[in-house]
Ligand binder design. Structure first.
Ligand code: HXC
Length: 509
């Protein structure tokens, strides 16, 4: 065997050893918990044969606690580039079999390298997280490593899409980096997100809580809103990442890929002419309206289980990717509250940052009032959504289906927040408040309050005041909604709009 062949053989052997991470025993333990390894996850995520690994032979430099005797090539993270549906992405996948995927300084350098490359060429970064947080043996070096990653998360925000999947118990810095990214996916039953695990919680606060109740997928997808998706399996989480990417561009200078469809642009849906109940207090299902107007009825919902009184997600309309925001009359009458405002504001800002037009479907009775909401800062949180719509410069097409009252009317992409094309159905009520409330305030002591209410209804509970004053472009037949939105989006394709030059805004946080 030539010297060169021997060296090549050594490379192959070393690569094979590196691929085993923390060793077969730990891989078996990972499988035993129903989890895949970092490499298995990347194989599912990326187009076959597209992965090119970087830094497979990097080792940590820690000399504390006997770490100098424990070197594993790659140091607990697999990083590199690949393609998904032929589009370039940069990836890192933490390897729980190596020190619990904990973050060393060298691991952070590997992650930062792919983040820097992604920024240079304008491509998404996908992180598959499975990590106990800062590697305790490294002390301040591990914290510095997190600082480096966080800073890149921040500088990349709004420039390249960042997606985080949580695929194991993630603590400390391993959850703060995902919190800085655009979308976080969790896996039910095997992934957790918390500042620190139940053991430390008990010793610090005395509280006894399970991993699931402290930071399981259901908790974060429905209560805290930290997770945008809770998948049934790792495979489902990975499939969702791929689907998500199909709606979004590579970076902030591009537009999302178009998706050809056989669904006719001018398809009418007569059912929409019958969908609004006669009784204004009766609900209907906004999903039916969304399903009816988007291409092929396909809708990728974000935050499905959180703040269900508002619906946000991606769809295509006439082949264009759009962000849909819609009040849901079937949950809390579609009222805006703290969580609904936070959820929608974040989504609107993502769409605006990445050139995805916004389609807003309005049926909102107002903001939820009361002490619980006031103490939780519904004012500040509601202002987030107001701010997000007002600053957004992407095409904004809005359709008011039924109620659009008071402050909530303004917030939901009204004309004065630089809404581009605003339509209303004939069933729309665009007013300061509903007839019941108005009659109570104005005519409480009147001899004939019912007559006054009827008077108010006649005057304000319709779209005509808004139409007469040019606050909406047109009153449209519900069955034509799909066509009207798509035509408006086509007109707005070349939209140019700016915000005043500033260092940055001061969004009410
Ligand atoms: C070094 C770690 C580690 C860590 C886990 N390990 N976390 N090693 N640093 N942070 C090692 C364990 O010693 C073990 O090694 C292996 O990984 C697997 O861990 P287990 O505990 O056996 O696994 P499991 O029971 O599944 O529990 C996982 C866990 C738990 C919930 C993540 O390990 C845990 O609570 N770790 C500490 C979490 C934490 O508090 N991190 C915060 C760090 S501070 P062996 O050799 O036995 O297999 C931080 C600050 C960032 O991140 C700043 C943010 C702003």
């Amino acid at each position: 065997m030539s010297i060169q062949s021997e060296k090549i053989e050594k490379l192959v052997e070393r690569r094979a050893a590196a691929a085993l991470g923390g060793g077969q025993k730990r891989i078996d333990a990972q499988h035993g918990k129903g989890k895949l390894t970092a490499r298995e996850r990347l194989a599912l995520l990326l187009d076959e044969g597209s992965f090119e690994e970087f830094d497979a032979f990097v080792q940590h430099r820690c000399t504390n606690f006997g770490m100098e005797a424990q070197h594993i090539d790659g140091d607990g993270v697999v990083t590199g580039q690949g393609t998904i549906d032929g589009r370039l992405v940069f990836v890192f996948a933490q390897d729980f079999t190596v020190n619990g995927g904990s973050l060393s300084k060298t691991m952070s350098e590997k992650i930062c390298k792919v983040m820097d490359l992604a920024m240079k060429v304008g491509a998404p970064v996908i992180g598959l997280n499975d990590s106990g947080g800062a590697r305790i043996q490294e002390g301040i070096d591990a914290l510095a490593g997190y600082g480096e990653i966080f800073e890149r998360n921040i500088l990349s925000s709004g420039v390249v899409p960042q997606i985080s999947a949580i695929m194991g118990p993630c603590a400390g810095g391993a959850v703060y980096s995902p919190a800085l990214t655009d979308f976080t996916l969790m896996v039910k039953g095997t992934s957790y997100m918390f500042l620190t695990g139940p053991g430390v919680v008990k010793s610090v606060t005395g509280e006894e809580v399970s991993q699931e109740d402290l930071g399981g997928a259901s908790v974060h997808a429905s209560k805290s809103g930290v997770a945008h998706f809770a998948a049934e399996s790792e495979q489902e989480a990975i499939d969702t990442i791929k689907k998500l990417l199909s709606f979004i561009p590579q970076n902030n200078l591009e537009t999302a890929p178009e998706r050809p469809t056989h669904d006719p642009v001018n398809r009418r849906d007569d059912a929409l002419n019958e969908i609004i109940p006669d009784n204004p207090n009766k609900a209907y299902d906004m999903y039916k309206v969304i399903g009816s107007v988007v291409d092929d009825g396909e809708f990728l919902e974000i935050h499905k289980d959180f703040a269900k009184n508002i619906i946000v997600g991606f769809a295509h309309m006439g082949g264009r990717s759009v962000g849909v925001v819609a009040n849901q009359p079937a949950v809390l009458a579609g009222v805006l509250d703290i969580n609904a405002s936070r959820k929608a504001a974040r989504f609107v800002r993502f769409c605006d940052a990445f050139n995805i037009p916004l389609v807003t479907l309005v049926d909102v009775p107002g903001f939820l009032c009361g002490t619980q909401q006031e103490y939780g800062a519904v004012i500040t949180n509601g202002a987030k959504l107001l701010y997000a719509y007002g600053e957004a410069t992407v095409p904004k097409v809005t359709v008011t289906l039924r109620k659009s009252y008071g402050g909530a009317h303004i917030v939901m992409s009204c004309k004065q927040l630089r809404g581009d094309i605003n339509y209303a159905w004939p069933s729309a009520n665009i007013a300061v408040m509903g007839a019941e409330g108005a009659a109570g305030v104005l005519y409480g002591k009147d001899a004939d309050p019912e007559a006054r209410k009827a008077e108010y209804e006649k005057l304000f509970c319709n779209p005509w005041q808004a139409a007469q004053k040019g606050y909406i472009e047109d009153v449209i037949e519900p069955r034509n909604t799909r066509f009207r939105i798509i035509r408006a989006l086509a007109v707005l394709d070349g939209k140019r709009q700016e915000i005043p030059a500033k260092k940055h805004d001061n969004l009410p946080l």
